[in-house]
Design a protein around this ligand. Structure first.
Ligand code: AMP
Length: 538
């Protein structure tokens, strides 16, 4: 017998309807690409998103068409995002930090029809336009006054294009499993792959993000998502914040410490989210100028392991709660967050920080487990490491136009991360599958060696890769970039590591290079390092 409840489809445009109706005056503040701060509210945002949808329909855009954006976090980007999705088309947020070949590859693979592009990226797009023939129209996210000279064919100023359309439009209606967004993974290995979010997965994921143990904002919060909308579905924030009725503060292109600080201060931001690198810039700016963070109450830090120093400084010096998060593009992306719970809330000092270094617990609607090489379940004992598998309604079941099977027979997705899970459900990443170093049949955590080595004076960056070894199968090689003017050497680093990590983890060799290769999203390209040191002899 089926329940007698309404079959109400979970469509993302209902989030904007809710925000406009119930929190219509809540502000959306943008540091515009042209310069000045721009203020709108959710009512305006909905009207402009409806106009986007109507204008796109006039262009012949229909259900399932891919519309690309190459843009910073701004109000215009959000209204295009909702306008595209509310029409039933698919919003493809292109990461401008990808290499040119990758950009050409993904836009051809997605067969994008229109590209909305920020002023900043016009020169980049001009350079590749001839290689992306599916794009028939370029809409530059600015007004006529700021419209640049451009060689782009069929280029229009966004505000002029939008002005030709009104908001007399009803959102399209369709199945909740319809695709809404497309985001290509950063491609640390092989070619980028498209993760295709649905309306249903996005709505459920935004509710997950708003659980109190995740970001848990409410309608009194002012939230600054520094994580770009072109990274992993904007970490759900552009859905979750309007759903909660909180104010959305958009940083535009200003990612440096000063620009971020200025918005935190002027807009009384209470919550924010970004990768560790951004927080480093902010902390430096605060220290250099002897500033405080009187309004900021909590920050979500993820995308890469959050360093101990960052948690300590933000919590102890600035009285700002750090929520260490883990996830991946394929998970919409939130997988775990590390808030204290009933059993850990009493922790103080070092114990508290040690717990916060773990990546945390799953919210409701994410399941996770660890398994060994033979796919047997491993215990949640906080010690045993294994392959981290996940499943849930906001986890990928495949890649766009890709045959590769990504789920096992029980629907589990292998994250490629290696982790342990403790009795309370706190997960800690110990390594990545592709980076794993298995020495004498035991795991070595390259991440832990890297993070520890970063504490040594004179070390700017550290990477550890596994290198073939005749006796132990693999041993770790530590690769270091020195700070400018530093002469730190192998002995200094090994002496520093001694006693801080297991003795048998100590790298056999240390190599110094000028620069460690990174992906467009800032992750170390271990594949490149492995190629560089292929055949290395200890
Ligand atoms: P992406 O899909 O580009 O967001 O990358 C996801 C991957 O980044 C994960 O599978 C992890 O390997 C890594 N990652 C994300 N968050 C964290 C974290 N808090 N600590 C360690 N690794 C992380």
């Amino acid at each position: 017998m089926l329940g007698l409840m309404q079959d109400y489809p979970l469509l993302v445009q209902t989030i904007l309807d809710h925000a406009a109706l119930n929190h219509g005056n809540r502000e959306m503040v943008t540091r515009s690409i042209e310069g000045p701060i721009r203020r709108r509210n959710y009512r305006d945002l909905r009207i402009r998103a409806l106009r986007v949808a109507k204008a796109l329909q006039k262009e012949g855009i229909a259900l399932g068409d891919r519309i690309a954006t190459m843009a910073w976090n701004t109000d215009r980007h959000v209204e295009v995002w909702y306008g595209v999705m509310g029409l039933g088309a698919i919003s493809h947020t292109v990461n401008p930090r990808l290499f040119v070949e990758q950009l050409v590859y993904i836009m051809n693979h997605a067969e994008d029809k229109i590209l909305f592009v920020d002023l900043t990226f016009v020169p980049l797009v001009e350079a590749i336009a001839a290689k992306i023939p599916s794009i028939k129209k370029y809409i530059i996210l600015t007004d006529e006054t700021h419209m640049p000279e451009t060689s782009l064919p069929n280029a229009h100023a966004y505000e002029t294009w939008l002005a030709a359309s009104d908001a007399d439009f009803d959102w399209s209606s369709f199945d909740e499993n319809t695709a809404a967004g497309l985001c290509y993974t950063s491609g640390t290995t092989g070619k980028p792959k498209g993760v295709l979010y649905s309306h249903r997965s996005n709505v459920l994921h935004s509710l997950m993000c708003n659980q109190p143990d995740v970001l848990g904002v409410d309608s009194r919060d002012n939230v600054l998502p520094i994580v770009p909308m072109f990274h992993a579905n904007a970490w759900a924030i552009t859905f979750a914040i309007p759903a909660a009725g909180a104010s959305l503060i958009m940083p535009g292109a200003g990612m440096d410490g000063k620009s971020i600080y200025d918005l935190l201060e002027s807009e009384k931001v209470t919550a924010s989210a970004a990768v560790p690198t951004v927080w480093l810039g902010l902390l430096q700016h605060l220290a250099d100028n002897d500033l405080k963070l009187p309004y900021l109450r909590r920050v979500l830090i993820g995308g890469a392991a959050c360093p101990r120093m960052m948690i300590e400084t933000l919590e102890n010096k600035y009285d700002c709660e750090v929520i260490h998060g883990w996830g991946m593009t394929e998970m919409s992306p939130i997988g775990t967050t590390g808030k204290l719970n009933y059993a850990t809330q009493h922790l103080q000092g070092k114990d508290k920080i040690n717990l916060k270094l773990k990546q945390g617990r799953t919210p409701y609607l994410v399941e996770m487990k660890i398994v060994d090489d033979e796919h047997n379940d491993l215990p949640r004992d906080g010690k045993t490491s294994g392959h981290l598998l996940v499943r849930g309604p906001a986890v990928s079941s495949g890649y766009y136009k890709h045959d590769e099977k990504v789920l096992d027979e029980n629907g589990w997705f292998n994250t490629g991360d290696i982790a342990n899970i403790d009795e309370l459900g706190y997960m800690q990443i110990t390594d990545r599958d592709k980076d794993v170093i298995k020495s004498g049949g035991e795991w070595i955590s390259s991440i832990e060696i890297e993070n520890t080595a970063l504490g040594c004076d004179g070390v700017a960056e550290a990477a550890v890769i596994g290198v073939a070894h005749p006796k132990w199968t693999e041993r770790p090689l530590l690769i270091i970039v020195r700070k400018p003017d530093s002469e730190v050497n192998r002995e200094d680093i090994l002496a520093y590591l001694d006693g801080k990590i297991a003795k048998w983890w100590l790298p056999e060799a240390v190599e110094f290079i000028d620069e460690i290769p990174h992906t467009a999203t800032g992750k170390i390209q271990k594949m490149k390092l492995r190629e560089k040191f292929d055949g290395y002899k200890f």
